[in-house]
Design a protein around this ligand. Sequence first.
Ligand code: HEM
Length: 316
Amino acid sequence: AGWFTPDRLTPQRITNSFTANAGEHPGFRRNHAKGVCVIGYFEGNGQGSRYSSATVFGQVRTPVVGRFAVPGGNPSVADTSSPVRSLALQFTSANGEQWRTGMNNTPIFIVNTPQAFYESLQAARPDPATGKPDGARLQAFFKAHPETAPFRQWLKANPPSSSFINSTFYSINAFKLVDGSGRIQLARWSVTPDAAYDQLPPGVTAPNALQDELIARLQNGTARWHLQLQLAQAGDQVNDATVAWPADRPVVDAGVLTLERAAAQDDGPCRDINFDPTILPSGIKVSDDPLLAARSGAYDSSFNLRAREQAALHAK
Ligand code: HEM
């Protein structure tokens, strides 16, 4: 309740907030505006089928269109301006089912409710005089939201990676895996790279540093990640994206994601995909995490705005 009530938090108020922070960039995503398309496939090894009836988890190869991106609504921001990187994936099974997931390189999120996310956007709004967020305002937000502490701690303890290719990406939100008999297992997933993590060296400021490195690497070979399902146990926080689960939770290696090539986002196959994380195949369901419904609404609003703008740009 509340999410669709006028005068309260709506998807449009969220997308307007991104625009207020980053300026107008017609045709681009309202968040994670800067990115690059990737194309490849996922090969399931059958292990995930113990928990989910989703076709992708069988011993089968599924085509994938994805997108690496950096956060914020400005499509010309420098790749290394934020420690956060993202990978969104769309798996399309032979029967036409789709699994779309948007993942970030942090195992937890900064807040756990749509309202707090909205407030974080207000708190981070650049001061028109300096072009930078007001430090005092941000600190006041963090003080009022102690749930942001683990995320900020994690960023301090984990310096940004040198490449998209050596980053791990996490679903953060929990989902329900449903097996053939209807049994439910709460899980979070991640993709962990074959390439060893390496810290971003100081002084890398070239605007397209991460994109250029990715494109060059994929011109010379493929890049691989293992898709891992982390299984919740009774008592784990399954509706709170700010809380990590204990490290000893079982992890199922469900198969290998291989990315083969990159394509520019202005005309690549990821441009017109809305990576709404609630678009799921049978065998995976949304959890009660309140961020998921909010994400779906905001991505939908963002997609409709940019699709309309793209159409207008091309009509010129
Ligand atoms: C209430 C919380 C959130 C809101 C309102 C929100 C909002 C948005 C919006 C509006 C977009 C642009 C979508 C488009 O036009 O296609 C976006 C992109 C994205 N968000 Fe979120 N987001 C939230 C939380 C998260 C979380 C928890 C994650 C990570 C697990 C995440 C990962 C991503 C990714 C990966 C993209 C880029 C998708 C792409 O490359 O197309 N977001 N977000």
